[in-house]
Design a protein around this ligand. Structure first.
Ligand SMILES: Cc1ncc(C[n+]2csc(CCOP(=O)(O)OP(=O)(O)O)c2C)c(N)n1
Ligand SMILES: [Mg+2]
Length: 432
């Protein structure tokens, strides 16, 4: 059955704008006048990145069926414009954090597809040393902070990243991408509340692909205008056409600016669609082939390529050259992953979160102490430590909310890094 909703969503227009947002042209989200094209180099880069992600994802699906890639596999085919448009509006020192559907996010951030493919294969050259697999791609160097399997689990982490930027007095912004289904978790409400209360420099991008696994948005969310869902908690939002890379780029750029300069968290709801099932093991009984076909007509890569061709920025032979380049890169990624060794058996416990003396000799990190310590000494650590840290954090956040977040100048290079807990202690002093 091809529903009325699907027709509405396929019409190429996002529904009525919410009133609660920055009234900028960017917030138009692809309705009305189409966003103007950036220069040729940028436009072609946007197209090629989307094409690379598409080709990578198709190959990942193939390698999964050959049992080369293990675990779960969630593909973002169809969602490329949401990903690439968003990432293209960020600075290299901004943070990005996503879900379990983030191969494309890492590639858009600049991670080599070879290392992403090696991660899918569980090999040492993978982005997480082959230990995370598809759901846990991570690239700290490019400030892509993962890759999380817990729905909504990345939201509080995003708030933490933004708080850390604020605490260090930097103007970095955190961009947090998550699904429509994740907006039903407790983490969503808790994160929005703190982000607004503490004026954290974070932009939330809700990737509305109309389903949480096999459950449509009308069946899982009482409020289906997701741009309004956090409004009552102090985080206003806009809707944007997630199938249009330029609409996403412009909208997110404006919201990143609001976070960076005005220190206000906001949300962008991106209307997008995944052509494949939720994961590789999805029989797709919850939607029709017609619905998928309708969305394919709005394909973000084909439509953008047609626009570039129409405006004389892309010749057919250049498009072909682009296809060959991305194809070669993905084939090389598979070869690289295939040749990368599996992790040594002896490294099994490396980097594990180990509690107490379960595994002697390994380092542990737990909620009571800020530093890693030897697992055997776990119980020697003072219980009071966590309380002190929590109190100091709350005092810091509270002060910032009152003062409209006056940021300190970053430390001069010769002063060295700020002393751990320095600002928190200051906040305590100010309070008492
Ligand atoms: C806390 C939690 N509950 C349930 C699941 C199982 N689960 C995995 S993905 C998913 C759907 C999430 O949908 P959405 O947030 O819309 O993201 P999408 O997969 O559409 O990108 C669910 C329920 C989980 N991983 N974590
Ligand atoms: Mg979804």
């Amino acid at each position: 059955m091809f529903t009325e909703r699907a027709a509405w969503l396929c019409s190429g227009r996002v529904p009525e704008q919410t009133e609660t947002t920055a009234s900028t042209r960017a917030a138009d989200g692809g309705r009305g006048t189409p966003p103007s094209l950036p220069d040729a180099e940028t436009s072609l880069r946007l197209l090629e990145t989307m094409a690379l992600i598409r080709r990578f994802e198709e190959e990942a699906g193939r390698q999964y069926q050959r049992a080369k890639a293990g675990g779960f596999l969630h593909l973002g085919i169809g969602e490329e414009a949401t990903i690439v448009g968003t990432v293209s509006a960020m600075r290299p020192d901004d943070y990005l954090i996503g879900t379990y559907r983030t191969h494309g996010h890492a590639i858009a951030r600049g991670t080599d597809p070879q290392n992403v493919m090696a991660e899918l294969f569980g090999r040492v050259d993978g982005t997480s040393g082959g230990r995370g697999g598809s759901m846990h791609v991570f690239d700290g160097e490019r400030r892509f902070m993962g890759g999380y399997g817990i729905v909504g689990g990345n939201l509080p982490l995003a708030a933490g990243l933004a708080l850390s930027s604020d605490y260090r007095g930097s103007d970095e912004v955190t961009v947090c991408m998550f699904g429509d289904g994740a907006s039903n978790t407790g983490n969503f409400g808790e994160t929005m509340n703190l982000a607004a209360l503490w004026r954290l420099p974070v932009v939330f991008i809700l990737e509305n692909n109309l389903y949480g696994m096999g459950t449509s948005v009308e069946r899982h969310s009482a409020v289906t205008d997701f741009s309004k869902k956090a409004e009552g908690l102090g985080v206003p939002g806009v809707r944007a056409d997630g199938m249009d890379v330029l609409a996403m780029r412009e909208t997110v750029a404006e919201h990143v600016r609001i976070a960076r300069e005005e220190r206000r968290p906001t949300m962008v709801e991106a209307f997008t669609y995944r052509y494949r099932g939720h994961s590789a093991a999805d029989p797709e009984l919850y939607r029709t082939k017609e619905e998928v076909a309708e969305w394919r007509k709005k394909d973000p890569i084909e439509l953008f390529a047609a626009r570039l061709e129409g405006e004389g920025m892309l010749r057919p032979d250049e498009r072909e050259g682009m296809r060959e380049r991305v194809d070669r890169r993905v084939r090389e990624a598979v070869e690289f992953a295939d040749n990368s060794p599996e992790p040594e058996l002896a490294s099994l416990y490396d980097n594990l979160y180990v509690v107490g003396d379960q595994v002697p000799g390994w380092y542990a990190v737990d909620e009571r102490t800020p530093e890693p310590h030897r697992g055997e000494r776990e119980r020697e650590h003072a219980e009071g430590e966590v309380r002190k840290l929590a109190e100091a954090g709350a005092a810091y956040g509270g002060r910032a909310a009152e003062t409209g977040r006056e940021r300190e100048e970053p430390a001069q290079p010769d002063e060295g890094p700020p002393e751990p807990g320095g600002a928190a202690r200051e906040a305590e002093d100010a309070d008492g």
